[in-house]
Design a protein around this ligand. Sequence first.
Ligand code: GUN
Length: 288
Amino acid sequence: MTARIIDGKIIAAELRARVADEVARVQREHQLTPGLAVVLVGSDPASEVYVRSKHKQTQAAGMASFEHKLPADVAESDLLALIAKLNRDPAVHGILVQLPLPKSLNTETIINAIDPAKDVDGLHPNNAGRLAGGSAALSPCTPLGCIILTKSVHASLEGMNAIVIGRSNLVGRPLVQLLLNENATVTIAHSRSRELAQLCARADLVYAAVGKPEMVRGAWIKPGATVIDVGINRLQEADGKTRLVGDVAFQEALNVAGAITPVPGGVGQMTVACLLVNTLRAACAIRG
Ligand code: GUN
């Protein structure tokens, strides 16, 4: 059996098109243009690529995009002053501070300074707490994307056995909460978990978000399971070229899984699309 490939490119494009339609409607009916401010500190090449893509896709959806680039040695007080200004700006409905931040800055302090109503990353403790309480306002974008991709295969996740491998604040932990809200039965595993292969073997839904190239082997996967690979790892080949791989050994898993996301072209595409969804949601909620 060869698994069905879950095409994140197509699903993300459909989602972006739906957001663009809705943006046009709120502009027409309410004279409201949703605005997203992205703050990039420093010049990490991967972060620059992400920020450029967010900017392009925000504009393509008909929203206003505000980019703020600050030097890596910016004082924390200056970054906090910028966030305070964005919190007050009525044209800005969503604020995203690109992570990771330089070591000199305290990530928690920065995230906590964002107005929770504009926290389109869903990382502010208010939003994380609400998600844990089952009443999500703004949920983190990558986990949201994972749920949408899963639902392209299964209309309902109720009662399914899911395993989330990874416990980061950005992906693993919020994904667990979203799956619980979908009435799935969730096992939380991570890099220190014992008997991962056996834990995986019970799962109808496998989410790999540990950041370890090809760690999840095909033999671990229950035949017919749906596999969502959140990992994006750069492997250096013998010929000097780099190759992008996920946290799942894709070729092995392809012969066992029922459905699987590729890397690239799977989850990665969904993150920005969900950021647009959250920005639109924030704009409509702020307007009331
Ligand atoms: N860096 C990698 N992914 C993300 C994300 O979803 N949000 C932010 N703020 N930074 C990131």
